[in-house]
Design a protein around this ligand. Structure first.
Ligand SMILES: *Cc1c(COP(=O)(O)O)cnc(C)c1O
Length: 379
């Protein structure tokens, strides 16, 4: 399903860590990775943490989210977004997706704003930038913060009218943004994450939260409960090596995506994520959604592909349908039909960086055959 691309440069920098003895977060690659990654995104500050989930929580702490605050987020996302809010005592408030882009539908935002709303957390799903201009306007009208979840969108760009008619990278459009460097993300450190921001005071709060909130003057004196979210030098070394190749990685993802699209364009009832003209996506995953008219849902397609030796993954289950969140009774009881539909009909095809065109051919032929057979009533 996904194999990362790791090479000699990663080995070389890891060997430097071993030879020098610097393995913890005190090592020099952590700062180097923070500087290089934030420079790539275009922000002034970067704070490396141990994973993307921790980055989301630290970023919300960074913007001073407090107990009772409400954070607006899409219903189609990983549970990490909800966890980040809940751990700070805040409440996730969900917005359904746009059925064509699978991203948060900005037209539903306004109706969700209350006096407790503190921030909007857009998620650039599968590497496609959210339509941010309506969010910028809404945030400025209601004095809200924006924290991007850019865990799947390293290098993706959005053309903003509101921010002066220019292309901006995901992660450089808000008060603070979060990245993941998990093994299947566009840049990986095995496990890892980063909060980027242009606000030094937000970054300083994230730095403190990452490291147990040590008191500035008195060592081992704590006035707040925080965590150890530090990234090790070993992880950062891999990140530095990965970042040297990011443009090639993105070019590869784009070329595979267009090849998949070309090969599957003739298969009826198979749709890709829409690509609005103001977005330059990076295709974290090659995701498809099946028409209900095909008579097949994602589960049956996945089962058939598995029988042919092809690994796939389902879409996220909507946050509104997560038993652990429902149990807490913190979510409003309301329908999220587009999220349910995407979950039921959507899947990712093999998306690794070591794929070859002939492997993509095998996958596309298999999808084609399954849809054909489905026409004969066998899906
Ligand atoms: C991967 C991911 C995360 C969490 O990152 P981890 O490093 O796995 O904790 C958060 N949000 C989104 C949208 C993701 O895809």
């Amino acid at each position: 399903m996904y194999e990362p691309l790791l090479g000699d440069r990663e080995k070389e920098l890891l060997a430097e860590c071993i030879d020098s003895g610097w393995v913890s977060s005190e090592g020099p690659f952590v700062t180097e990775f923070e500087e290089r990654f934030s420079h790539y995104i275009g922000t002034q500050q970067g704070v490396a943490v141990c994973n993307g989930t921790a980055a989301l929580e630290a970023a919300l702490y960074g913007i001073s989210v407090r107990k009772g605050d409400e954070i607006i987020m899409p219903s189609l996302t990983i549970i990490s977004c909800a966890i980040a809010a809940l751990r700070l005592g805040a409440r996730p408030v969900l917005v359904d997706i746009d059925p064509a882009t699978w991203n948060m539908d900005p037209t539903q935002l306004e109706a969700k704003i209350t006096s407790r709303t503190r921030a909007i957390m857009p998620v650039h799903i599968y590497g496609l930038p959210v339509d941010m201009d309506p969010l910028f306007e809404c945030a400025s009208d209601h004095d809200l913060k924006i924290v991007e979840d850019a865990a799947e969108a390293h290098g993706a760009e959005y053309f903003s009218r509101v921010k002066g008619d220019r292309w901006l990278k995901c992660g450089n459009m808000s008060d603070a943004a979060c990245f993941s460097f998990y093994a299947n993300k566009i840049v990986t450190t095995g496990e890892g994450g980063m909060v980027v921001s242009n606000d030094p005071s937000i970054a300083a709060r994230v730095v403190s939260y990452r490291n147990l909130c040590f008191h500035a003057e008195k060592r081992f004196y704590h006035t707040e409960l925080c965590y150890n979210f530090r990234m090790s030098n070993l992880q950062a070394a891999v990140g530095v090596a990965q970042l040297e190749r990011i443009e090639e990685t993105i070019a590869l993802r784009r070329s595979f995506a267009s090849y998949y699209k070309e090969r599957l364009s003739s298969v009826p009832g198979v749709h890709f994520q829409a690509e609005p003209p103001n977005a330059r996506p990076v295709y974290w995953m090659y995701a498809i959604q099946l028409d209900e008219a095909l008579g097949a849902d994602a589960e049956s397609m996945m089962r058939h592909l598995k029988d042919k030796g092809i690994g796939t993954r389902p879409f996220f289950l909507g946050l509104h349908a997560q038993p652990v969140l429902r149990k807490q009774g913190i979510l409003a009881e309301e329908p999220f039909p587009h999220t349910d539909q995407a979950h039921k009909q959507g899947l990712y095809l093999p998306s690794g960086l070591t794929l070859t065109r002939s492997q993509i051919d095998v996958v596309c032929d298999a999808v084609h055959d399954i849809v054909q057979e489905g026409g004969n009533g066998s899906i």
